[in-house]
Design a protein around this ligand. Structure first.
Ligand code: ZN
Length: 393
């Protein structure tokens, strides 16, 4: 079970919500250069299927079509009811004509979907499944557990989202007890990899120790859960002092707290830093929990929070590295989801563009709001400081 759950989570590759931690490195952590021999992390369709066991032991007592509302009503053994729109059921028919099981994907096209469909007949089959006959004679069968998990009630939807996205979030400050795991354990044990990823999702940062100090290990960790994403700085890059640096990270000066690469339309979710060699002096890393700072700003100055979560800010990054590049993006510094929860922070003062596409009368209040946010971010009680050792991630 551990294995299948871990593999299922690994499959999702911790898909979002990840620009939680703002990072500042004072200098000279040296991650490895590119070393590309890809061997993708293996999983099987069987493992995925096993990890989604839609086999809740659920018994349907009664089923009826409510034609006026275009709902099917299911009454469960415990007396509770679930409702399913006709169109949703037809759209999600699981038969081989409508659904490609090997790809877990819909074959039915929208062209062939009658959004106003009625239902000719609905019944409970001997197998315990719901059997629907549609007006054109097509039939669909739905497993009771599959339906139960997809019930449209608020509670069921929340439960499903919890299962899919692991939304638990732990806010922290300077008192962070840095979650620390063994690099080798994460590489060799699915249970440890699962714990690593769920902790990363919850806290935003995990230290892995005991990795070799050779270049290329970062690629090994990347392919443990999927693949590294190619950027205009390559698959991996060396953070060290460079002459005529094409990025402020390649200087020995202190960086302000930032998230990486907001100039990309799709900024990175998780970033790996691998310390190969540590500076004799300096070299400390400072991290802060951006979600915590957002929560503080929301309480302290709701108007500033509103400005930063509703103003599109221009970012750019121009230079030559892996190839010539000229990136331009618009990001809200505080990005919210549909429920107005913080989804991501997009902020790098170095690449915030001088081009600013907002009405002139809004400029000053934007700067005031950002100043307040940065002041919160820089509070000593919000900052966790540590120094990586060679072999740390
Ligand atoms: Zn079908």
């Amino acid at each position: 079970m551990w294995t299948s759950v871990a593999k299922s989570l690994l499959k999702f590759k911790v898909q979002h919500n990840f620009a939680k931690t703002l990072l500042r490195c004072t200098s000279r952590q040296v991650p490895p250069g590119p070393s590309l021999s890809w061997r993708r992390w293996q999983h099987t369709a069987g493992a995925i299927q096993e990890a989604h066991p839609f086999t809740i032991n659920t018994i349907i007592q009664r089923v009826e079509a409510l034609d006026a509302k275009r709902f099917i009503c299911i009454q469960w053994e415990d007396g509770s009811k679930s409702f399913y729109p006709f169109v949703w059921l037809r759209d999600n028919c699981q038969c081989p004509n409508c659904f490609l099981d090997s790809a877990k994907a819909r074959k039915l096209t929208f062209d062939d979907l009658d959004v106003n469909t009625g239902v000719k007949n609905v019944a409970i089959a001997n197998t315990g499944k719901i059997c629907i006959t549609w007006p054109d004679g097509h039939t669909s069968e739905f497993d009771a557990g599959w339906l139960k998990k997809r019930c449209f009630s608020e509670q069921s939807r929340a439960q499903m989202q919890e299962e899919l996205t692991h939304p638990e979030c732990q806010l922290w400050g300077s008192d962070l007890q840095m979650p620390t795991m063994s690099y080798q354990d994460v590489l060799t044990s699915d249970a440890h990899a699962f714990q690593w990823l769920t902790t990363l999702k919850k806290v935003g940062i995990v230290l892995l120790d005991g990795a070799p100090t050779s270049q290329g290990e970062l690629v090994t960790l990347g392919k443990r859960i999927g693949f590294l994403r190619l950027t205009f700085y390559g698959y991996t890059w060396q953070v060290k002092d460079k002459i005529d640096a094409n990025n402020v990270a390649y200087t020995s000066g202190k960086l302000s707290l930032h998230t990486d690469y907001p100039a990309l339309q799709y900024p990175p979710g998780v970033q790996f830093l691998h310390c190969l060699r540590q500076a004799e002096t300096g070299g400390e890393s400072e991290v802060i929990d951006g979600f915590h700072a957002c929560s503080q700003l929301r309480k302290q100055n709701p108007e500033a929070f509103h400005i930063l979560s509703s103003t599109s800010v221009d970012f750019n990054d121009i230079g030559v590295d892996y190839c010539d590049f000229a990136l331009q993006s618009k990001q809200n510094i505080i990005e919210l989801d549909d429920n107005r929860h913080v989804l991501r922070i997009n902020f790098n003062n170095a690449t915030r563009d001088s081009v600013f596409d907002i009405p002139i009368e809004k400029v000053h209040s934007f700067y005031s709001a950002l100043k307040e946010f940065v002041n919160l971010v820089n509070r000593p009680e919000n900052t966790f400081c540590y120094k990586m050792k060679p072999g740390d991630y």
